[in-house]
Write a protein that binds this ligand. Structure first.
Ligand code: GUN
Length: 288
């Protein structure tokens, strides 16, 4: 069984980016600058954004964190977005999701200038991706493709089953895995909450991707022997044995799955760190 080490792979990519930044500085170019807006004080979102900012420091990017209160109005948030759109020192930025209930997520995401939308969430990017045109690609699916690439996992002609149809992960990943490109050419089945007899479908998967946000949802009996299992879930569950009283776990029952799968991503240390590396890559691209 191969452990798909997203943490080590992410650090290797970050080292490549650090060297690329040094090359750019040598020829008089600026450091790439990533900004992040976070609204409210959700601990998980804060932790994710903190990891992104820290990774910027590691690779030599400039970074800015804009922290806004939970009760900020939508028009005030749009003004902050527009300020970043117009800031010539900022190459790319993200608005960390989820946003508070009183905000329309699409209104905010569509206010981001596509040239600076390094998350690739703007409809322009979603449309370009679906047409096979150049675009910023959402970092989580991009990180999964990159992990398959770096571990030389063959995808052509394979059946990839994705559980979860979110616009951030499942839907763009279905497009990426089915396109005629490296780590593409899969036959893709996109499953969701209305899918009937899910286990009978997941058991057909050569590559099984779980992106549903339910701890240990995928059990060993849902996995075809020898399948590659990609766990996108980051769920916090109670654990009395930990000092904090809780720990992170994936959407896949890892102990179960490792008996059946040929390769698997751990949680933490799998897809999560890859997401950060790919966000940095997109920011470097935005700064060119
Ligand atoms: N929330 C969970 N994942 C993401 C992501 O990739 N980008 C942003 N902006 N918010 C998220």
């Amino acid at each position: 069984m191969t452990l798909l080490d997203g943490k080590a792979t992410s650090l290797a990519i970050q080292e490549e980016l650090r060297l690329e930044v040094l090359e750019r500085l040598k020829i008089g170019q600026d450091r790439p600058h990533l900004a992040a807006i976070i609204v409210g004080d959700d601990p998980a979102s804060r932790a994710y954004v903190g990891h992104k900012i820290k990774a910027c420091e590691r690779v030599g990017f400039d970074s800015s964190l804009i922290e806004l209160p939970l009760n900020i109005r939508e028009d005030e948030l749009i003004r902050e977005v527009e300020a970043l759109n117009n800031d010539v020192n900022v190459d790319g930025f993200i608005v960390q999701l989820p946003l508070p209930e009183h905000m329309n997520e699409q209104t905010i995401l569509q206010a981001i200038h596509p040239d600076k939308d390094v998350d690739g969430f703007h409809p322009i990017h979603a449309g370009n991706l679906s047409l096979g045109l150049p675009s910023f690609i959402p970092a989580t699916p991009a990180g999964i493709i990159e992990l398959l690439e770096r571990y030389d996992i063959q995808t052509s002609g394979k059946h990839a089953v994705i559980i979860g149809r979110s616009s951030i992960v499942g839907t763009p990943l279905a497009l990426l895995l089915s396109r005629n490109a490296s780590r593409g050419n899969c036959t893709v089945t996109l499953c969701h909450s209305r899918t009937q007899d899910l286990p009978s479908i997941t058991r057909q998967a050569d590559i099984l991707i779980a992106a549903i946000g339910k701890p240990h949802f995928v059990t060993g009996d849902m996995i075809k022997p020898g399948a590659v299992v990609i766990d996108v879930g980051i769920n916090r569950i109670l654990d009395d044995s930990k000092k904090s009283g809780s720990r992170l776990t994936g959407d896949v029952d890892y102990q179960d799955a490792m008996q059946v799968a040929s390769a698997i991503t751990p949680v933490p240390g799998g897809v999560g760190p890859m997401t950060i590396a790919m966000l940095l890559k997109s920011t470097l691209q935005a700064s060119a």
